[in-house]
Design a binder for this molecule. Structure first.
Ligand code: MG
Length: 218
């Protein structure tokens, strides 16, 4: 299964798996910062109220990403988390978060297509809602991927290990042959535990440099 003529560790990579928010489009946290200013609290504090804690649990955002409730139900279920943080929500916070103001990282979208053309298996691995799929399909053609792994469809969300297992299974590739790119460090830890190679994405240029290094096209 080794690619001939390559001796570096890069020749181990057979599949490249991409997160969506913060890798293919600008980070959702850009929008959260606007809301955090509204309340005069830090972004991490507000993230925990609106998107839930780092650990997967029963926060409504997590439940929606597992396909258990609709996006429209999230805002009305946030009260216990807001109260615990001493916040009085305005009621439009989830609408603001879902407002489709983002930029597409075109160079990454193009790279996905080139990786597939070069013979790599490719996948999208994203915590997302059923309601968001039409938007996502406009941003990145699903034909660029051998596997599109959406949390609501799999009924598991990152960082739950089941969604990583499902991704490897859908790709038909051994764990240690997978390269995974995500901007949330908590989403990388379960992948590392399975033996995946990972990149903590901090920006588009760094993302492309790491792809050059670990999943070369030439
Ligand atoms: Mg992300």
């Amino acid at each position: 299964m080794e690619r001939s003529g390559r001796a570096s560790s890069a020749n181990r990579i057979e599949a490249v798996v991409f997160d969506y928010g913060g890798v293919i489009i600008s980070p959702i946290v850009d929008k959260v910062s606007v809301l955090a200013d509204r309340f005069g609290i830090t972004m991490p504090e507000l993230l925990e109220v609106l998107l839930g804690p780092r650990e997967s649990g029963d926060h409504p955002w997590h439940r929606c990403e597992r396909g258990e409730i609709a996006v429209a139900d999230i805002q009305g279920l946030l009260e216990p988390w807001a109260r615990a943080a001493g916040l009085s929500l305005h009621g439009d916070e989830i609408d603001v978060l879902m407002d489709p103001t983002y930029s597409v990282i075109d160079a990454v979208v193009e790279r996905i297509a080139r990786l597939k053309a070069a013979g790599y298996r490719t996948a999208l691995l994203t915590n997302t809602f059923a309601e968001y799929r039409p938007t996502m399909q406009q941003v990145v053609p699903f034909a660029h991927f051998h596997a599109v792994v959406e949390s609501f469809a799999v009924k598991a969300r990152k960082p739950e290990s089941a969604i990583y297992e499902a991704t490897a299974s859908m790709l038909g590739v051994a764990h240690d042959r997978i390269l995974y790119l995500d901007d949330f460090d908590q989403n990388l830890q379960p992948a590392v535990a399975l033996g995946w190679n990972v990149v903590h994405v901090t920006g588009p240029d760094q993302c492309l440099r790491e792809l050059d290094r670990l999943a070369p096209l030439g």
